[in-house]
Design a protein around this ligand. Structure first.
Ligand code: CA
Length: 99
């Protein structure tokens, strides 16, 4: 999988990343967990997201890995496979509100 990420997306992801990490280079699993849980995805989905995005498997996400994670999560939240999830109307209207 080679997702294309356009600059505006990168900016969005960077602002989330920078806020969560408070300037650190890595987002730890502990920092990422509440963010990922906010997405409303199931734990097994989040585990898969994490496994795919933590490319070097060190238990932290650097920004590049974080982009991969966000890309996947947004993809799922915004429709891919969403028939398995209960979504509120508000989330439909403002699909990225969970961040
Ligand atoms: Ca990593």
């Amino acid at each position: 999988m080679a997702p294309r990420i356009d600059p505006s997306e990168t900016e969005t992801y960077w602002s989330i990343f920078a806020t969560r990490t408070n300037g650190a280079k890595f987002m730890t699993g502990k920092m990422a967990a509440p963010l990922l849980k906010n997405s409303g995805l199931r734990d097994d989905q989040l585990e898969q997201v994490w496994n795919v995005s933590d490319i070097d498997n060190d238990g932290n996400l650097d920004f590049e890995e974080f982009c991969v994670a966000m890309r996947i999560v947004f993809g799922i939240v915004n429709g891919v496979g969403s028939r398995h999830m209960k979504r509120t109307q508000r989330q439909h209207n403002d699909e990225n509100a969970w961040v």
